[in-house]
Ligand binder design. Structure first.
Ligand code: HEM
Length: 457
């Protein structure tokens, strides 16, 4: 089962295919079209790539790590490798935006949950266990039925058409509706929430270089687009304090945070919602759209999964390994001198972790470009990172993906690419095609092998 990376869009992108280390530019315009060729070159010639002057200060360097063993070591040891989540807030402050609304919003939202609720590793773990796990971690399975209904409702909108633009009609709205339901926000607010979500992730899409830098103008524009977001959350917090519902925001309003022996403030709740929105929306969308592409490229796997749902988990894990939604993040710094693959990395260096490269590292995965449903240790991949800071929403996303495909496999006999795809990817650090047109044959006798269909169907 060969699942080789896509080469189809090479001729359209602005970057030429890299042939050697000199031509590898992970962050250049159009790099997304060639990332996987670059990873092969980096694994062979520079598994630890030094970016001179790329550190947090001009006199320090950054290093791109691409080997599974190295990245796993880093993410599993937050004492040795400092987590950099709040760097940007400080930077904006230094750049003079602090006096303006920008800093107020960023300080308020980005740091509320981090600074007051989880400044230490110990509190970080408690924050996760007490505040987010019950909804998007260990508690995520309780959303299964709701997610099944969301998936079926979306499918109902286009199942008789024979063709669909899969991203706008399924991969994007599914996590949006699921997340609005979990938080307790009405569906009609999704366009506004999506616009705020788009503004929040501007650095990850339009930022340049490994530090995802945006210009002061872009920062101002981003904060202008965020106007109203905090007030929106406050309004809901106030309403849910008065009249609690069965949703995450109501829970956060009421919960006694044992770690600090007190309830959460409105600002802290807004901070948690903010962090969740950054993490939750587009990532799962990208996973679903890449999975659809793998199934178009390997129709035998689509048919195998239709017959045998016990392989569904293996498929979604392998798909996230092969086409990781978050390709890399520059979120760690060395606290002391380190050596990776024989390369000395001084204390105070910025580390860019290329999760997607680690996931196709031949030293970790045999035949790394094969979609292998029988692979041992399927969850060894680092698409969600690993260790104590592993993505807190991984469980929810896994369930969303498995339920979504369970429903699609139940109700569609085949899927294939339709005319009109150009295969171009959006810029930034995530792997996402801009559109995905599919043709399909609707099942005349829908199966019910999936993870449960909603009672309305
Ligand atoms: C396929 C879907 C997803 C992927 C690939 C993904 C990937 C990641 C990765 C790589 C990290 C960085 C971890 C680290 O620094 O070690 C992360 C962090 C995070 N993710 Fe996800 N994620 C996904 C879905 C979600 C969902 C559904 C949620 C929320 C429900 C979520 C919420 C978060 C949050 C809040 C963080 C920051 C954690 C922190 O403070 O360190 N993610 N995710």
């Amino acid at each position: 089962m060969g699942a080789h990376p896509k080469h189809v869009n090479h001729q359209l992108g602005p970057m030429k295919c890299p042939v050697d280390l000199q031509s590898v530019d992970l962050f250049g315009a159009g790099a997304q079209e060639h990332w996987y060729e670059m990873y092969e070159i980096l694994h062979r010639d520079a598994p630890v790539l030094r970016i001179p002057g790329g550190g947090l200060r001009p006199d320090t360097d950054a290093f791109v790590l691409t080997k599974h063993a190295d990245i796993a070591t880093v993410v599993k040891d937050p004492e040795r490798f400092i987590v950099m989540g709040q760097r940007r807030v400080g930077e904006w402050a230094d750049e003079g935006l602090s006096a303006e609304r920008a800093y107020e919003v960023s300080r308020n939202l980005m740091t509320a949950s981090m600074v007051s609720l989880r400044p230490t590793q110990e509190l970080y773990i408690k924050h996760r266990k007490e505040l987010t796990d019950p909804w998007v971690g260990t508690g995520a399975p309780r959303h299964r039925e709701m997610i099944t209904k969301v998936a079926n409702d979306l499918l109902d909108e286009w199942i008789d058409d024979g063709a669909v633009e899969f991203i706008t009609r399924f991969a994007r709205p599914l996590p949006q509706r699921v997340f609005a339901t979990i938080l307790g926000f009405p569906f009609e607010d999704i366009p506004r929430l999506a616009e705020w979500g788009n503004a929040i992730v501007v650095p990850f899409i339009h930022g340049t270089g490994l530090k995802h830098e945006i210009s002061p103008e872009q920062a101002k524009d981003m904060f202008a687009r965020l106007e109203g977001f905090q007030d929106y959350i406050y309004e809901h917090v106030r309403a849910k304090r008065r009249e609690p519902q069965d949703d995450m925001v109501s829970f956060l309003c009421d919960v006694h945070y044992e770690a600090l022996d007190r309830k959460l403030t409105d600002l802290e709740i807004a901070g948690i919602v903010h962090a969740m929105i950054i993490g939750a929306l587009e990532t799962t969308q990208y996973a679903l759209e890449e999975q659809a592409q793998l199934l178009c490229e390997q129709p035998d796997v689509f048919q195998l999964l239709r017959r045998d749902r016990s392989k569904l988990k293996a498929f979604t894990e392998e798909a996230m390994r092969l086409r990781s939604p978050t390709h890399g993040l520059s979120t760690r710094m060395t606290s002391r001198d380190e050596v990776f693959q024989g390369v000395t990395v001084p204390a105070g260096s910025l580390l860019h972790l290329r999760f997607a490269a680690a996931n196709v590292d031949g030293d970790e995965f045999e035949c790394p470009f094969d979609l292998d449903l029988e692979r041992d240790g399927l969850t060894r991949h680092l698409a969600f990172s690993a260790g104590p800071r592993v993505c807190p929403g991984a469980n929810l996303s896994r369930i969303e993906q498995q339920v979504a495909w369970g429903v699609l496999l139940d109700r569609l006999d085949t899927i294939e690419y339709d005319e009109g795809n150009d295969w171009l990817h959006q810029p930034g650090i995530m792997l996402g095609t801009l559109k995905l047109k599919l043709r399909f044959v609707k099942s005349t006798e829908p199966l019910s092998l999936g993870v449960g269909r909603s009672s309305s169907h």
